[in-house]
Design a protein around this ligand. Structure first.
Ligand SMILES: *Cc1c(COP(=O)(O)O)cnc(C)c1O
Length: 199
């Protein structure tokens, strides 16, 4: 489980840390970097938000897993910055499963093209560990289930050939459905830390 601590102060994260949790998710690189500097070094920081190419360099020294990778160009930049830091950075490819246009991600054909490309095969400092997706924000449980079932099928279709291990799906509102559909990594924010204030 990734405890999603975006917008929450270091004091809240420390409370979860003291209780034994070590995996935290943030959606802004600057915020994650500032928090990581103030917190114990055995925390694994996951970047769960959309990543801007020009900011990859700030998280490259320490990020444990980048969930929302949705282009070869971004993977190339992560690879480049990982190399500079003498690391291999684990990534997940984000698949578009929601109805909303605004949610980022690849479709199944784009995923196939990326995984088959020579450029992708030449990247030695990233490791794609699996897939991530976000369902439509809706109360319609069967719609959510349909989207998670779809993501699970894309994961299964590509798992063996690409040695995938991680299927990141499910948030506070839909993680029980996600787990039923085969998720093995959930990203939980408000159920742990309470509602967020965006101001
Ligand atoms: C904010 C966020 C979450 C956590 O959302 P909650 O509903 O608070 O659990 C999970 N995944 C992503 C990508 C997010 O941006």
């Amino acid at each position: 489980m990734v405890a999603v601590s975006k917008t929450k102060p270091v004091s809240d994260i420390m409370e979860a840390y003291q209780a034994g949790h070590r995996i935290f998710g943030e959606n802004k690189i600057q915020e994650m970097t500032e928090k990581s500097e103030q917190m114990p070094k055995d925390i694994q920081w996951h970047m769960i938000g959309h990543v801007q190419t020009n900011k990859v360099k700030f998280m490259a020294p320490f990020v444990a897993l980048v969930h929302g990778v949705d282009s070869l160009k971004l993977l190339q930049e992560i690879d480049k910055q990982a190399l500079k830091n003498d690391r291999v950075i684990d990534c997940l490819l984000q698949i578009h499963i929601a109805e909303e246009e605004t949610k980022f991600g690849l479709n199944e054909n784009e995923l196939k093209d990326l995984l088959c490309s020579d450029v992708y095969k030449s990247l030695n400092n990233i490791k794609v560990k699996g897939l991530m997706g976000m369902a439509t924000f809706t109360d319609n449980q069967s719609q959510i289930k349909k989207e998670f079932d779809f993501l699970k099928s894309v994961y299964e279709n590509n798992k063996v050939e690409n040695s995938f291990e991680i299927l990141s799906m499910g948030m506070s509102g839909d993680y029980t459905i996600a787990i039923e559909c085969g998720s093995n990594m959930v990203r939980i924010g408000s159920s742990i830390f309470g509602n967020r204030n965006y101001n």
